[in-house]
Design a protein around this ligand. Sequence first.
Ligand SMILES: Cc1cc2nc3c(=O)[nH]c(=O)nc-3n(C[C@H](O)[C@H](O)[C@H](O)COP(=O)(O)OP(=O)(O)OC[C@H]3O[C@@H](n4cnc5c(N)ncnc54)[C@H](O)[C@@H]3O)c2cc1C
Length: 478
Amino acid sequence: MRSSEEYLASLRDGRRVYYRGRRVEDVTTHPHLRKGAGVCALDFQLAHERADDPTFVVQDPQTGRRYSRYFHVPRGPDDLLRRRDLIETVTREARSFVPLIKEIGTDALFALQIVCARMDRELGTSFLPRVRAFYERCRDGDLAMAVAQTDVKGDRGRRPSEQPHPDLYVRCVRETSDGIVVRGAKAHTTNAVYSNEILVLPTRAMTERDAAYAVAFAVPADTPGLSFVASPRGFGATSPFDNPLSSRYGITESLTVFDDVFVPWERVFLCGQWAYAGPLAKTFVEFHRFTAISYKTPLLELLVGSAAWMAEAQGIAAAGHVRDKLARLVMYAETVRGLTTAAAVEGRTVEGIFVPHVVLTNAAKYYFARGYHDAVRDVQDIAGGLVVTGPAEEDRNNPEVWGLIEPYLQGRAGTSGEARLRMMNLIRDLAASDLGGYLEVLAIHAEGSLEAQKLTVLMDYDLERVQRLAARAGGLEA
Ligand SMILES: Cc1cc2nc3c(=O)[nH]c(=O)nc-3n(C[C@H](O)[C@H](O)[C@H](O)COP(=O)(O)OP(=O)(O)OC[C@H]3O[C@@H](n4cnc5c(N)ncnc54)[C@H](O)[C@@H]3O)c2cc1C
């Protein structure tokens, strides 16, 4: 397994990254991008520090080889629960920032193994051995992976082949004896700029006319023709006092552009088999939304914890409306976590791989996303206006100014002005800052928007069964 230093060194490979209009030579030292690199490196550091903890490291009983738990193919509920614990622990260590450089990649690798097994059996293709070889390469090399699934999509009401421009979904433009050439762009790719491998999956079901768009493949991040335009949103802050989270930690999404990128056949996992694009997209999100709900808890704990701290510090903890809000926040956080546990326990085995319960996973993701803004409102309400009107780090550092204002910032006896202001700053960073806005949009859209979860739930839930039960109860059946 790689050390954090080895991992960071692997990102200095000449990859083509742009940030605010300029080419970035090294994402690990760039003043803005290095924050996200640090969160990803922490994942490697923790695996080394906790090498004897089975939540972090798995030992293959046959070969004796040790590898990161992220790569462990789930075979039952315990594996999914361990995976949840790993994601949760690392995210908590990074103060609610999830690295997402092995989580999403392994979600994709599990889904590819399931769908390619079926495809090879039904079509006589031989994709599964390629997927397995690639999976072993990533596992044994302890590689960082991003998944580029979301296409830019143009007109959302039209299929890929009906778009006003032919490249609004990533497509295969040419096949050669050695591989394929792909063109297009994928949107919002999380931490691709910190990854070694970029896995590409279709974003939706396709028809025969969309066959060129039914592609799945993997390319190294420094592949010729591949560019990343990194987003500056959410993490512009520089003061650890004013922005205790967004000044230190980061996540970076990119528009990932494939400008006639060559992919050798051994890295192509779907090419033209249009009927399998939908199942692949869906199977991926069955794992991916489980990852999503696994990393939400540490963020929700910070919202509940900061609100409870502020209620105590400001002498309002016993007030009925505050207890009502705190109880709602606790139930919100624990329901998301409880549904995550239930989704792991009640999963099912498909092609030998244990898949999280689809309805419970989507219900958890929906419940989280639907409730997030309400939770933020309750935290803002309990904290008060100082969240956005407080003084700056420079005021804190000037004894003259600080001496003048500190007494007026204190809370109830025992809560200094400094402590209260620090907690206000945490709340602002979480709920009323550039990062706060980013987190609200992330809650809604990342891992699929609200409607995607409803669609999946209705697709997977056995409505006929409950209709039969209702018919029996209503005396409609003999
Ligand atoms: C922070 C963040 C991180 C992300 N990370 C990744 C990543 O690592 N990899 C990746 O591949 N993707 C990633 N995503 C993408 C995410 O999955 C998408 O944002 C999400 O699926 C919504 O797609 P969109 O942004 O194109 O919005 P849209 O799909 O345009 O959604 C906007 C609205 O249009 C509606 N809509 C869309 N199509 C239709 C339709 N046909 N009919 C009716 N209504 C429709 C939606 O329901 C929604 O209300 C990330 C997104 C965010 C915000």
